[in-house]
Design a protein around this ligand. Structure first.
Ligand SMILES: *Cc1c(COP(=O)(O)O)cnc(C)c1O
Length: 376
């Protein structure tokens, strides 16, 4: 008997808009095959225009590089403590280690699944009582859902600790019509292949001033001083984005809003078809919150049911994935302080990310829900 492999459904595929190739071609025609050039400038302007007029944007080779340079701009020193949302991807926390600093992990609340303001304040007070005031807070808008920006900003101001806003998963999300990426002292975007728009690999640093942007670009180009010969007074990095890849970014920015709408439509479809099932929970948008629904996530009653759904999808050649494993549960971070309340551990146990690409067809979505409904 011959079995025919079912068409693969990915978790989150790159989805080109059609104009990308044109921008790449112009880079080739002008021989701008370098980490600077018209596409880099154009892509930075496109992002700034989308976010708001005040934002200054430096595009870089990855979101991780942007977090690293963000911590440099915030003047984090070796031995400093940096608070980081525990429920996130490791790339939020790794740059703290690159800096020789120490992460202090803080758990999530249930309304947005992001850093809990109550626990954050508790952590800050604990560290101050121990004579080590944290130097920065890394807060993350996970899966596109904004964190509680008002509460986190208020704490940041009260204790005078800057926020590095990891907006890698949330380009196109907003709170009260203010775009994610512009709330923190420093914002970070990612254009990795699985994100809402992609340059195959890339990221951006968002600052409030031209001076900070210039500092970031300086550090990202090997900290080369403005002299004829190569002169260096600081350790630099090679973190700029290629002008070829920035061309992909320019094309992607033209379809960003369409991509957000398509992902939100995926969420609506899942919610409509599965939302009445008492075993399946979805994350609601709090009042004023607008999520790009980068990935649609569901909570199942327990990890056994979660795994049986994941495996049933896998047999049908459909990608799905447990939610992020919290950083305080990761072996590599086990020696660091953490303030936990059980929320992210429970989300990790019960949660599943469903296929959420902006190029999914209704037939794909139906295939997925039919499998889920046979299990729950
Ligand atoms: C993707 C991601 C990053 C890192 O971005 P890269 O461009 O892959 O380096 C950082 N934080 C979060 C939450 C992410 O999802």
């Amino acid at each position: 008997m011959k079995t025919v492999a079912k068409t693969k459904i990915w978790l989150s595929s790159p989805h080109m808009g059609g104009k990308e190739q044109g921008y790449i071609n112009s880079a080739f025609e002008q021989n701008w095959i370098a980490p600077l050039g018209p596409n880099v400038d154009g892509f930075e302007n496109d992002i700034a225009e989308f976010l708001n007029e005040e934002s200054k944007v430096a595009v870089l080779c990855s979101g991780t590089a942007a977090i690293h340079l963000g911590l440099k701009l915030l003047n984090i020193q070796s031995g400093d403590e940096v608070i980081c949302q525990s429920f996130t991807f490791s790339a939020s926390a790794n740059p703290i280690i690159y800096m020789g600093a120490k992460p202090v992990f803080v758990d999530s609340e249930r309304d947005t699944w992001n850093i809990c303001p109550i626990l954050l304040e508790k952590a800050i007070l604990d560290r101050i009582a121990n004579g080590v005031k944290p130097k920065a807070i890394i807060a993350v808008h996970l899966y596109g859902m904004p964190y509680k920006v008002k509460e986190i900003q208020a704490i940041s101001e009260k204790y005078d600790i800057p926020v590095l806003e990891d907006s890698a998963e949330s380009l196109g999300s907003s709170v009260d019509d203010i775009n994610c990426g512009t709330f923190g002292n420093i914002g970070v975007l990612s254009f990795n292949g699985n994100k809402i728009i992609t340059t195959s690999g890339g990221g951006a640093l968002i600052t409030k001033s031209q001076k900070e942007k210039e500092k970031a670009v300086f550090l990202a180009t090997q900290a080369r001083e403005q002299t004829v010969h190569y002169q260096h007074k600081e350790i630099g990095f090679n973190y700029r984005m290629s002008n070829v890849l920035a061309g992909i970014g320019r094309g992607q920015m033209e379809v960003l809003v369409e991509r957000v709408n398509a992902r939100r439509d995926n969420f609506k479809f899942y919610k409509k078809e599965l939302g009445n099932n008492k075993n399946i929970e979805f994350l609601k948008e709090p009042e004023g919150f607008y999520s790009n629904r980068w990935l649609t996530c569901v909570l199942l009653p327990n990890s056994e049911i979660r795994e049986s759904i994941r495996l049933a999808l896998e047999i049908e050649n459909i990608d799905s994935r447990p939610l992020w494993k919290p950083m305080h549960m990761q072996p590599v971070f086990e020696d660091f302080l953490n303030f936990s309340n059980g929320v992210s551990e429970e989300l990790f146990e019960r949660g599943l990310c469903l296929p959420s690409g902006s190029d999914l067809q209704e037939g794909d979505l139906k295939r997925i829900i039919n499998i889920i409904l046979t299990i729950t």
